[in-house]
Write a protein of this length. Structure first.
Ligand code: NAP
Length: 434
């Protein structure tokens, strides 16, 4: 019997466990370990609450968790409660699937002022991440700014602009829904340091903006090159740019505005004890297509600033780490003998949920090639890990516990919502009678 530990229960972790289960059948057992008592990582804490169809992929992960030989060990933080070295004593291989939960810094003056938050914090707050339950983003001003031109920026701008009714059917947490309902924000400026043809936003996500109830997406056609320039784009990007251009033709009166400000590079954030304005430099594209400052600066008022400029993977003691890229040092997912990584911890923070499937299968294949089915000598696998955790007084959760928490969340749901998420570790443990 082989024993594998997959650290992280987001998409990358589940696809890897699925692939290992297929590769080894009954000849292996694997445990998906998570620092929280509940599984799904990015699906639960990252995917927007009004994108329930994307979240439905967790049903597939449920099936993986119910596969014979696959276990869930929640409420265990690798690197704090147990080291990677200890895991490697108990398991034949350890696969790190811990994602990229940390915000990249802007690196500009004023970014530590109250009112400036990273997208991991903001998204975590409205999605019920326990670390951000008390974030309390300032929604008392009339202007907000979103920095970045990716899909996360779109998520944040859309969530800020929706009405209460538009969250029907979502699983946005109650504290965020109430706060957003009382928000004074009327103008949301979305800043891209490059131009409209360089956005990293996908057509479906952009298209939603045209139909918002209260917010009108606004673009300045002077920012766009002649329409023929779109011919050189790949089909997906061309579709996105067409949708952007078409925003200029929407004839509607809506009380809020989502203003796309292109060629806009943040230089500093200023304010009296809290964020009040963003100092921005107008840019142009250089020969390589990068943003080059023109020296012209202007101010964008904003008492809430959300930077959506990418993420990094936290380092773990003893695991080689690439500081510049913010991910584990690896070659095709292999970090060292018996130690692997998958997903954003392997590739960096790009790609959709589905990208993690081939990624997980590729690494599982590499594991299977290096370690054919057979005996793992005296490695004790999950039983050994649980004994160690017991000695340390750490109460791990399993998949049955998760089911109980899920049922409690479903029972607490307000009307029109699939669940009311618990947002603190203590709440989860309480639901389990611990
Ligand atoms: P992203 O797609 O890499 O976009 C990051 C954005 O930040 C880019 O526009 C980038 O501009 C900008 N940026 C980076 N550093 C900056 C700086 N110092 N100053 C100003 N702007 C800066 O990342 P993301 O939005 O975090 O998304 C991560 C991944 O998740 C993506 O693959 C995304 O598609 C995916 N995702 C998908 C969905 C969905 O399918 N619904 C939802 C959310 C996220 P440059 O291009 O100039 O570098």
């Amino acid at each position: 019997m082989r024993h594998f530990a997959v650290v992280g229960s987001g998409p990358a972790g589940f696809y890897t466990a699925e692939a290992l289960a297929k590769a080894y059948g009954e000849a292996a057992r694997m445990d998906i370990i998570d620092r929280y008592p509940v599984p799904y990582g990015l699906i639960r804490f990252g995917v927007a609450p009004d994108h329930q169809s994307l979240k439905a992929v967790s049903k597939r992960y449920d099936k993986v968790a119910e596969t014979a030989g696959v276990g869930f060990i929640g409420n265990v933080c690798v690197g704090a409660d147990v080291s990677v070295e200890e895991l490697m004593e108990h398991y034949d291989a350890v696969i790190l699937a811990i994602g990229a939960p940390h915000d990249r810094k802007l690196g500009i003056p004023g970014e530590d002022l109250p009112g400036v938050i990273g997208s991991a914090q903001f998204v975590g707050w409205y999605n019920g991440h326990p670390d951000f339950a008390d974030l309390g983003p300032p929604l008392d001003g009339t202007h907000a700014a979103i920095i970045g031109n990716g899909n996360v920026a779109l998520d944040c701008a859309r969530i800020l602009s929706k009405t209460r009714a538009e969250f029907d059917g979502s699983d946005i947490v109650g504290h965020a829904l109430d706060a957003l309902d009382n928000s004074a924000i009327k103008t949301i400026t979305v800043l891209g340091r490059r131009g409209p043809l360089q956005i990293a936003m996908t057509p479906k996500e952009l298209g939603e903006l045209a139909h918002l109830e209260a917010a009108l997406p606004l673009v300045d056609l002077n920012d766009f090159p002649p329409v023929e320039a779109d011919d050189g784009l790949d089909p997906g990007q061309r579709k996105s740019v067409t949708i952007l251009r078409d925003f200029a033709n929407i004839r509607a009166n809506r009380p809020k505005a989502m203003v796309f400000d292109f060629f806009a590079k943040p230089l500093a954030i200023e304010g009296d004890g809290r964020a009040e304005r963003l100092i921005v430099e107008r840019t142009e594209l250089d020969e390589k297509g990068a943003a080059r400052g023109t020296g012209e600066t202007y101010e964008v008022p904003a008492s809430l600033i959300v930077s959506c400029i990418g993420y990094s993977t936290p380092s773990i003691a003893g695991v080689p780490y690439d500081e510049r890229a913010g991910k584990f040092l690896n070659e095709a997912g292999r970090i060292a003998d018996r130690l692997y990584c998958v997903g954003w911890a392997r590739r960096g923070p790009t790609g959709t949920i589905g990208t993690n499937r081939p990624d997980g299968y590729e690494v599982a294949e590499a594991v299977a090639a290096a370690m054919p089915a057979g005996s793992s000598g005296d490695r004790a696998g999950g039983e050994g890990l649980k004994a160690l955790l017991g000695e340390r007084g750490i109460g791990a959760t399993d998949f049955t516990d998760w089911r109980r928490i899920e049922r409690a969340e479903e029972a607490a749901a307000r009307s029109g919502s699939p669940r009311e998420k618990m947002v603190r570790v203590e709440e989860w443990l309480q639901a389990l009678g611990r």
